[in-house]
Design a protein around this ligand. Structure first.
Ligand code: SAH
Ligand code: SF4
Ligand code: F3S
Length: 450
């Protein structure tokens, strides 16, 4: 379809409407969803708390596992009745599942009006104007993503995400992301710096740089830019308290990057480096581009240069052909590296990927579940042991707000991304405070102010 440029009269026509937005999937999605809400805010829209109160319902969707897509179809199913009662209600599916399912969404959910993929969200106001005189709008091409950010429109005052690159060129055989997000495209460092400075001027303390393979940032710009040079460019921005990045791939973690992190306290001591498996055979057929030995070497290098780095990883259990022996290799690697955090996923066959085309999804669901539980249990034990060893130590934390479990307490995070719960007489949200750890569980450090 063709899109006309936004003009004042069309936006006026849309004024005063209400949008309900729910996001799924990764932080980049969360951020894109916020950009969409911010974009509509500039067009005079307000946010609805529930679909029932909205003129437009938007889902910012994920496609990484089948379960993620089924959840969206569940949500859409619930909207059927609402749409029958109010035929003028506009329902839109945006993001990775839109990109992945394309027009197929209409087969299962014919009451959907809008399917917008991963690269055209900035045009949302145009699409909503088009829907006034057009049956359906579908926008799926994956090009440049140019957007103007409303700096003030963000859900949390003291923290913000900044997408520095989109797409992935790695094509791990299980993964849908290269298909939904397209090829790697980095934003220029100048543009990123401008955005970060504006956010910090508006009170942001912590900035998280986002990319699907954020440690290949800059390579496509062909001007010598890397994640390390980007971090150096941003590290001295006055007022910026903490700078972090997610998510990395194990093949582009080098000593230069680690030295940059070591040499400036603004850099977060948290590295999320998904390994997926501890078996070389699995890593090979996953097309990960590294083996267990090189991963271990990378982790050793990271710890040598940045000894207080906290390590997190992702695992896939039940990848096609994963034997008990392969799985035991994952169990061993998890134990040996001593990760603070593991995200464990049961393999999900994604149509269109190489694994889906050439490898049968042959590990029984019960076995996937069992392996999932084994890795989670071992991780809990490792996390708890590491955390217990921290009782008595002092940390600077960025306070995020009231504790979710106990509203009489507060919580924040250390530079290592550890969650700290503490008591205080007043609200320090958005500020850095010093705490001493008094007790610990696998997921939480308990502390007192010092
Ligand atoms: N860009 C990130 C990963 C994004 S997907 C990276 O490369 O690190 C997040 C995690 O989902 C992956 O690390 C992997 O563990 C998991 N994942 C991806 N595809 C999957 C699939 N088909 N089945 C199960 N888990 C999957
Ligand atoms: Fe997916 Fe691999 Fe790219 Fe990560 S690096 S997004 S797992 S293809
Ligand atoms: Fe999901 Fe797309 Fe993110 S598939 S994990 S929302 S990049």
């Amino acid at each position: 379809m063709t899109v006309t440029k936004t003009n004042a009269s069309r936006l006026r026509h849309l004024q005063g409407k209400r949008v309900f937005m729910e996001d799924f999937g990764c932080q980049m999605n969360k951020n894109d969803a916020e950009l969409v809400v911010g974009r509509l805010g500039r067009a005079g829209w307000s946010r609805a708390e529930r679909p029932e109160e909205a003129d437009v319902v938007l889902y910012y969707t994920c496609a990484v596992r089948e379960h993620a897509e089924e959840r969206i179809y569940g949500r859409l199913g619930h909207l059927k009745r609402l749409k029958k009662e109010r035929p003028d209600l506009v329902i839109g599916v945006m993001g990775c599942m839109a990109q992945n399912q394309k027009e197929r969404i209409f087969e299962r959910a014919p009451h959907v009006d809008l399917v917008v993929g991963t690269s055209r969200f900035e045009e949302i106001a145009d699409f909503l104007a088009d829907i006034e005189y057009q049956d359906r709008v579908v926008a799926l091409d994956q090009g440049e993503v140019a957007y103007e950010r409303d700096i003030h429109a963000r859900p949390v005052r003291h923290q913000a995400y900044v997408t520095v690159m989109r797409g992935c060129d790695k094509f791990c055989t299980f993964c849908i992301v290269p298909f939904t997000q397209g090829r790697e495209r980095s934003r220029t460092p100048e543009e990123i710096e401008k955005e970060v400075r504006a956010l910090v001027d508006d009170g942001v303390q912590q900035v998280t740089l986002l990319g699907q393979r954020v440690n290949t940032y800059g390579l496509d710009l062909n001007r010598g830019e890397t994640l390390a040079t980007l971090l150096q460019r941003l590290e001295s921005i006055p007022g910026l308290g903490r700078l972090q990045f997610i998510t990395s791939h194990p093949t582009h973690i080098d000593e230069t990057l680690m030295r940059v992190i070591r040499d400036h306290p603004v850099h977060s001591r948290y590295l999320h480096l998904p390994v997926q498996s501890g078996s070389d055979r699995m890593l090979r057929i996953m097309n990960r581009g590294h083996d267990v030995e090189s991963y271990r070497r990378t982790m050793d290098m990271v710890r040598r240069i940045v000894p207080d780095m906290s390590l997190a990883t992702d695992w896939i259990v039940g990848f096609p052909g994963e034997t008990d022996e392969d799985f035991q290799a994952s169990v061993r690697l998890q134990k040996d590296v001593g990760f603070q955090t593991s995200f464990v996923f049961k393999y999900s066959d994604r149509s269109g990927t190489k694994a889906s085309r050439s490898m049968p999804d042959d590990v029984p669901q019960a076995v996937k579940e069992e392996r999932n539980q084994i890795l989670l249990a071992q991780q809990r034990a490792i996390s708890e042991e590491l955390h217990r060893g921290r009782v008595g130590t002092e940390h600077t934390i960025l306070v995020e707000g009231r504790s979710k479990r106990d509203a009489s307490k507060w919580f924040g995070r250390t530079s290592q991304n550890w969650i700290v719960v503490f008591s205080a007489e007043r609200d320090f949200t958005g500020q850095f405070v010093r705490v001493r750890v008094t007790d610990a569980t696998a997921l939480t450090l308990f502390a007192e102010l010092v």
